[in-house]
Ligand binder design. Structure first.
Ligand code: UDP
Length: 410
């Protein structure tokens, strides 16, 4: 019942000129020592959000490097995803813990998936809390288990984390984006590996300005007026309402500015629709606020076009595990204004490679500064792009995974 995800073909060799030959050579050397190892990645969804974004490139590159790697998506129904969304929010700090019944639902679906999980893996990498109980339920199905946590556990709901903890104990290693996210008592198995983007994926490949303009125009953007944009799920922690408020402050001084909010609806995020509707209501019919989702045909190419064409890209999150959208926009050499939370300060050095903000007011002020001085935006964007090249492109992530596999003796 776990669904294998169909993989695209990706070739490590294609990345050499972007990240440099030495890194690609190092990956080949490490991969040789792991040739043929059976690696399974398990996640909750194959579409929408950062985890699927990463796996859709990482897994094909592991295959290209010579590992026998697959990606399976767990089975779940609405009651399960309602429980796991609550768990996700609680682990990132919301007060509401799961009810006893919801914990049982979570466990019951993990049991179903555990029974269906195929066997004989050298290493099973479990992504995020949704399938986290698998290791404790069927430890014998893989020789090593790794838990890859993509969320910010720095200020968790303690009741939720404590209840989850026994299920994390059987893992040979756990992987976090940043050391601040490692819960007390897990330091022994924890490894720090920030995520990365695929510079050759349709979402990130270089576009000509004309192509970006053409696409934005199809979606009703006036390409002769400045554009602010935020790409992210419709979620309170991504603060789309705050983005609209900041845009309104900007338009008080520059009425010609437009805003695009681009947000995909993930299958494991039932709350998304409520917040989408709240965002539309907050926009209050303003014709210069454009709200899109993947159901309006906004896919990877369109996200790329919006990020590439925007004068300023916002990621005004108030909580953020890492923020791949920040990496994506910086890689396009755009000036990015990000909330000073979670993984965003790891990516933006304030006033050097973008701006960090904590309030709607600051966000609006920084946007006005960039809009009033395009050279500033270009400078921030160029500096940011080189930082991303060094630290946040997929081959670096692949290297880190191979290193970890060797470390845990896969
Ligand atoms: N994304 C997308 N379409 C959208 C909104 C988001 O493809 O309409 C992608 C976005 O480009 C990024 C990922 O979903 O690659 C979101 O990852 P991030 O780490 O920013 O946030 P998460 O959703 O994992 O909290």
């Amino acid at each position: 019942m776990l669904q294998p995800v169909a993989l695209a073909q990706k070739h490590l060799a294609d990345y050499a000129s972007i990240v440099g030959r030495p890194l690609v050579d190092e990956i080949r050397e490490r991969a040789e020592r792991l040739a043929g190892k059976r690696v399974l990645h398990v996640s909750a969804t194959s579409f929408g959000g950062g985890v699927s974004e990463i796996l859709s490139t990482l897994v094909p590159l592991m295959v290209d490097a010579g590992l026998s790697c697959e990606w399976h998506v767990i089975y779940g129904r609405e009651e399960f995803f309602n429980a796991t969304k609550l768990m996700h929010n609680a682990l990132q700090g919301s007060d509401e813990d799961l009810s006893e019944e919801q914990w049982q639902t979570w466990l019951r679906y993990n049991e179903i998936n555990a029974r269906e999980l195929s066997t004989d893996w050298d290493v099973c990498v479990i992504h995020d809390p949704q399938p986290a109980a698998l290791a404790s339920l069927v430890l014998e199905k893989a020789r090593k288990w790794v838990w890859r946590c993509h969320i910010d556990l720095s200020t968790p709901n303690h009741a939720t984390l404590e209840r989850l903890r026994p299920y994390l104990d059987p893992y040979d290693a756990s992987v976090f984006h940043m050391s601040q996210y490692v819960p007390a008592g897990m330091d022994g198995t924890a490894h720090i590996v920030p995520p990365a983007i695929d510079p050759l994926a349709p979402k990130n490949m270089a576009f000509s300005p004309e192509d970006a303009v053409y696409i934005c125009q199809q979606f009703g953007i006036d390409i002769d007026r400045p554009l602010l944009c935020q790409v992210s799920r419709f979620d309170p922690w991504k603060d789309p309402l705050g983005v609209i408020d900041a845009y309104r402050l900007v338009t008080d001084e520059m009425p010609e500015v437009q805003l695009a909010l681009v947000g995909s609806m993930a299958t494991d995020d039932p709350e998304g629709w409520d917040y989408f509707n709240a965002t539309v209501a907050h926009a209050d019919g303003d014709p210069d606020i454009h709200i899109f989702n993947n159901l309006n045909n906004v896919g990877a190419i369109e996200v790329n076009a919006f990020q590439s064409h925007s004068d300023v890209v916002l990621q005004k999150s108030t909580r953020e595990g890492f923020g791949l959208t920040v990496t994506e926009a910086i890689w396009k050499a755009r000036p990015v204004i990000g909330g000073a939370v979670g993984g965003i300060p790891l990516q933006i050095t304030d006033a050097e490679t973008g701006f960090l903000v904590s309030t709607v007011d600051q966000c609006a002020q920084r946007a006005l500064e960039i809009l009033g001085d395009p050279a500033l935006g270009n400078r921030l964007g160029r500096a940011g792009k080189e930082a991303v090249r060094r630290r946040f492109l997929m081959p670096r992530l692949l290297r880190d995974w191979l290193e970890l596999f060797e470390y845990v003796e896969v």
